[in-house]
Design a binder for this molecule. Structure first.
Ligand SMILES: Nc1nc2c(ncn2[C@@H]2O[C@H](COP(=O)(O)OP(=O)(O)OP(=O)(O)O)[C@@H](O)[C@H]2O)c(=O)[nH]1
Ligand SMILES: [Mg+2]
Length: 327
């Protein structure tokens, strides 16, 4: 068993049904794809318990991780090791223990006592912004299509009601923003300005083809000018990344057809399952930790070789998606 270089805690934060659990499914898939496409590194991901690696999480079809209604903490061992024995690859090889906290949205989004204290000892928070859960999503999608109406609005309403009512509670953008604001209030209260914050605009397979604009535009468009402005303000204090995500991906290269059937609530074709950006939030954090370690100069030998190591470090692999969708 390899040495474990660091342990990190990542909290998934968002309302019920915003895609937290599916994001974890798709993260395991994206790691498998990196393993397949990256010539330089081999990627391993597995469940870890009692000091041992138990199940490998290189998977090829979607699965539900556990019961939806039970708070889940996952402990996964992730490692990146060289496929070829070069100096640069060797100094960039690390193993990390990932503690991933995936609580049901009704607990985490509304800050129960347990969840608000959780915030004080995580390294990263992934904030799930799901446009499809907002109350005026469909009218905004119609406007952003340059005023062309592709669907019959009555049909949308029926389909929307069928799929989103009952099990999925819609949220006003004001409420969304108020909860995000509270999250930052807690972070400041606990003195946790170093926490890496990732804003993830989810379910891009449902809206990307109907939306023309960049990532910032998508936040402004679906969640309003206010939320966008306060994210920009907090960027001065916190390390924030914004990106779009789809756990299921698309059926076609042009990214027009979602690989997800809303009516059956299932993926359409798991053989071509290609999530959009699901590895990014974890890779950003690990890259930062690995680079920080290389920059730390304690021993004399590191003072001499430290800078060289930083220059030789190989950043994490980026899956080519014909557009990066992150800032
Ligand atoms: N179109 C589409 N649907 C998605 C995506 N990710 C999740 N969904 C659907 O959204 C619903 C909720 O996903 P979950 O991952 O269970 O949401 P959650 O945030 O874990 O929900 P709670 O555990 O209740 O808080 C499910 O019906 C998924 O099938 C995505 O990338 N695209
Ligand atoms: Mg869940």
């Amino acid at each position: 068993m390899k040495d474990i270089n660091s342990e990190v805690k990542i909290l998934l934060w968002g309302p019920p049904n915003s895609g937290k659990t599916w994001f974890l499914n798709s993260f395991t898939r994206s790691v498998s794809l990196c393993d397949l496409y990256d010539d330089r590194f081999k990627y391993d991901l597995g469940e870890y318990s009692g000091g041992l690696l138990t199940d490998q999480l290189h998977i090829s079809s979607p699965f539900e991780i556990g019961d939806k209604h039970i708070p889940r903490d996952h402990t996964w061992l992730f490692s990146r090791s060289p496929k070829q024995n070069t100096y640069n690859a060797k100094i960039s090889a690390y193993s990390h223990l990932l503690h991933l906290i995936d609580y049901p949205g009704d607990m985490i989004f509304n800050f129960s006592e347990d969840t608000s204290t959780l915030i004080k000892d995580v390294d990263e928070i992934i904030v799930f912004l799901d446009p499809t859960l907002t109350k005026d999503y469909h009218s905004k999608i119609a406007v952003s299509k340059n005023d062309e109406i592709y669907f019959n609005d009555d049909l949308i309403d029926e389909e929307f009601k069928l799929n989103k009512s009952g099990s999925q509670k819609l949220i006003s953008v004001t409420e969304y923003q108020a909860q995000v604001q509270k999250l930052f209030d807690f972070l400041i209260h606990w003195g946790r300005e170093e926490t890496l914050i990732i804003f993830c605009v989810t379910k891009a397979d449902e809206w990307l083809s109907k939306f023309k604009g960049n990532i910032s535009d998508s936040i402004q468009h679906f969640f309003g000018e206010n939320i966008y402005r306060f994210i920009q303000t907090y960027r001065k204090k916190f390390n924030i990344h914004i990106y779009i995500n789809s756990a299921v991906g698309f059926l076609d290269e042009d990214k027009k057809e979602s690989n997800f059937n809303i009516s059956s609530n299932k993926m359409i074709n798991s053989n071509i399952w290609d999530p959009i950006n699901s590895e990014l939030p974890v890779f950003w954090l690990l890259e930062k930790i690995e680079l920080d370690r290389l920059k730390r100069k304690k021993a004399l030998v590191d003072q001499i070789f430290g800078d060289q190591k930083v220059k030789s470090y190989l950043p994490y692999f980026k899956i080519d998606r014909g557009g990066y969708y992150a800032e």
